[in-house]
Design a protein around this ligand. Structure first.
Ligand code: NAP
Length: 282
């Protein structure tokens, strides 16, 4: 990052988290329980499969057993539901992820609703989101929690501050808003129908972009000195990854910005494994 904008890397926060997870997984294994994560996949989407492989590698490195259940692109709701039922009933499985995208015609929310909240390590079951909204214990979606972990790691104050979230998906925008509210931030959530987006986002002390449109947040969206968290992961034609924030445009205007890659995404995977160990320990 240049011109006075600090880079809020996720790599160190992720490494700290992974070291703790490895320690806890080893203690559990010594006591006879191997923390186990099941990832249910039914897609040939390259990005999705790359992500599943990266979870597998990260799991192996910290002593969590990650088992991929690839049901193929022709899997039906019945096939997926049956596998989720098996995994839900298996006491040796502590965490379950239902990887998206799913085949056409499959209702992702309905299926995610079949993951027991105690094993719902990526907070996909609508019940988990409801519990989060009600302030009850639940696993938050790992990406949403990663935003908070990253800000905490870099000692960014949230209490009483204006935070604007761009995006209102159930996987990122809504849960991140709930987590921020629980930390006493004053939260505004924007979306595709927000009028004069830049005028709203310029109110933010902390701006969280979770849209999925490469470089859409420019200098005009950022108040001088704001902290900007870029959740976006957009594939480029040359096989790279860019965020929702135009990092060059906001450099020198934002006081700090999370990089893509190496920001929120780095912490997300570590949190999935932390949640799996939490589930195995309870
Ligand atoms: P999503 O389900 O497509 O939601 C996108 C949100 O952005 C929607 O709420 C949409 O508004 C809003 N939006 C779209 N165009 C807009 C515009 N012009 N102005 C304002 N808001 C606009 O996406 P998602 O699953 O939340 O993911 C968001 C991004 O995060 C993606 O790049 C995704 O790849 C990334 N992601 C990263 C991680 C990670 O670990 N780093 C994990 C998950 C996702 P409406 O609701 O009105 O349609």
């Amino acid at each position: 990052m240049d011109r006075g904008t600090r880079e809020l890397s996720g790599r160190e926060a992720a490494a700290t988290l992974r070291a703790k997870v490895a320690e806890r997984a080893a203690a559990l294994a010594a006591a006879g329980t191997v923390a186990r994560l099941a990832v249910v996949v039914a897609t040939d989407d390259g990005g999705s499969r790359w992500y599943v492989r990266s979870i597998g590698k990260a799991a192996a490195a910290v002593g969590v057993d990650c088992v991929v259940h690839d049901l193929g692109v022709d899997a039906t709701s019945t096939d997926l539901g049956a596998r989720l039922a098996e995994l839900s009933a298996d006491p040796a499985v502590h965490g379950i992820i239902l990887q998206t995208p799913l085949p056409a015609g499959v209702d992702a929310a309905e299926l995610a609703g079949r993951i027991p909240p105690a094993k719902d390590v990526d907070g996909a079951n609508p019940e988990s989101l409801g519990r989060l909204a009600a302030g009850l214990p639940a696993f938050a979606p790992a990406t949403a929690e990663a935003v908070l972990r990253l800000l905490d790691h870099h000692s960014v104050e949230l209490e009483g501050r204006e935070v604007v979230v761009v995006g209102r998906s159930t996987v990122v925008g809504k849960p991140v808003a709930l987590l921020l509210l629980a930390r006493n931030a004053t939260v505004t959530v924007c979306h595709s129908r927000t009028r004069d987006l830049a005028a709203v986002t310029r109110r933010a002390d902390v701006l969280v972009a979770a849209v999925g449109r490469a470089g859409m947040i420019g200098a005009e969206h950022v108040a001088p000195g704001a902290v900007v968290v870029d959740v976006g992961t957009n594939a480029t034609d040359d096989g790279g990854l860019v965020g929702d924030v135009d990092a060059t445009a906001v450099a020198g205007r934002a006081s700090a910005l999370t990089p893509v890659p190496g920001g929120v995404g780095a912490v997300t995977t570590a949190l999935l494994l932390a949640h799996t160990v939490d589930a195995a320990a309870s």
